[in-house]
Write a protein that binds this ligand. Structure first.
Ligand SMILES: [Fe+2]
Length: 385
């Protein structure tokens, strides 16, 4: 986007003759994906060094190991697009939070220790980033690579986001790609479904005061700049923020029930993110069109319910979050299998995150928990709807 010189690492000047500052932003030393950006001035330039505030997660260690249901719908708007992220579950690979930002960020933010995925349940607006402006709307996944300086301008109306932070990299699954990296024909999405920033605006403002918060070492380091940080004239490469709308995920059905694997959308280290979308169901006359019971021997399964009716359980509506942890089998609640027979279609919309290492919970998860859920398979305790 914008302008870049014909050869990298060569002199590149602005209209007034100023030599631009080239920055290579990349992963894995100089071996991973990278982009090259051209700044009006050095991105190292900070005018003031502010406080470092550690990020503290208020952990809850429950007394019991059971299936859990967390109702996030009652949460009220709070904070901004960063401070408003309220972590519910976490481990060393991923943090999952609900964010209902009440106000725009005052300054600019950069996650210096992880990639982010923001699933927009409700709301719209734009992510203004150093790579350009990325519009977002309902049911978009917004993927922001670490190192991206950004702020959010939200439209009016409610905003509800499910956010993920990982110290690893957010990727699409390897099995969807050919040996050159292009998405294969059988992948549930193609390159046209992924949207980079729509426009790039170069800010040359000098003077003034611009606050920048950088997440690093489990804390927020504050800086003050005396220039606008979106001073990019042009960039190219493979690292940039993008959006992908869940309705562009092409769901797969089979004659018999398909495993969650077919819903996989992203992968991170020791976790996956899957999209359950409206689709036709299994068409064999003897098919059972909802999941069989399964034992998560090595994974924890979190589902966030977005919209529609979820076939295998009652009592979960939009904003509900279930956790089926390792070591315990789970499956449809009493009566649901019988009720599902002959069903030809589902309108469920949900985001799942399976982690391969145990999840820890927060005090907020305790506060929002529905304590009856763990007994909901017992003796028809929760009559099927
Ligand atoms: Fe499951």
């Amino acid at each position: 986007m914008g302008e870049v010189p014909p050869k990298r690492h060569t002199q590149f000047r602005a209209g007034d003759g100023t030599l631009l500052v080239e920055e290579v932003m990349g992963y894995e030393g100089f071996s991973g994906n990278e982009s090259i950006l051209y700044h009006l001035q050095s991105p190292c330039d900070v005018a003031e060094i502010g406080e470092f505030e550690p990020l503290v997660i208020d952990e809850w260690v429950p007394d019991t190991h059971v299936h859990r249901l967390t109702q996030t719908a009652p949460l009220q708007p709070l904070g901004d697009p960063v401070s408003g992220r309220r972590v519910l579950m976490f481990n060393d690979d991923v943090e999952m939070a609900i964010c209902k930002p009440a106000a725009d960020l005052d300054g600019f933010y950069r996650n210096g220790e992880g990639d982010e995925v923001i699933f927009v349940h409700e709301g719209s607006g734009v992510f203004e980033t150093i790579f350009g402006t990325l519009p977002y709307g309902p049911h978009d996944y917004v993927v922001i690579p670490r190192g991206t300086t950004y702020r959010v301008r939200m439209d009016d109306g409610p905003q509800t986001w499910l956010t993920f932070h990982t110290p690893g990299e957010i990727e699409t699954p390897d099995r969807y790609r050919n040996r050159y990296g292009q998405l294969l024909e059988h992948a549930p999405f193609s390159q046209r479904d992924f949207h980079p920033p729509a426009s790039l605006e170069t800010h040359g403002e000098r003077g003034g005061s611009y606050e920048l918060v950088v997440r690093a070492r489990h804390g927020h380091q504050r800086f003050v700049l005396d220039y606008h940080p979106f001073d990019i004239v042009g960039w190219d490469g493979y690292v940039y923020p993008y959006s992908f709308n869940i309705h562009d995920f092409e769901p797969k059905s089979g004659r018999l029930h398909q495993p969650p694997t077919v819903h996989q959308t992203f992968q991170g280290p020791n976790f996956v993110i899957c999209s359950f979308c409206p689709r036709n169901l299994d068409w064999d006359p003897l098919a059972v069109p909802i999941p069989y019971h399964h034992s998560n021997l090595q994974s924890e399964e979190v589902i966030y319910y977005v919209d529609g009716r979820f076939g295998s359980r009652a009592g979960v509506g939009a904003g509900a979050l279930t956790l089926h942890p390792s070591g315990l089998p789970h499956g449809p609640q009493p009566g649901r299998v019988e009720a599902s027979l002959g069903t030809t279609r589902t309108d469920e919309l949900a985001v799942m995150c399976d982690t391969f290492r145990p999840l820890r919970l927060t005090a907020l998860a305790r506060e929002l928990e529905d304590p009856g859920y763990a007994l909901s398979w017992h003796g028809g305790a929760r009559a099927p709807a």
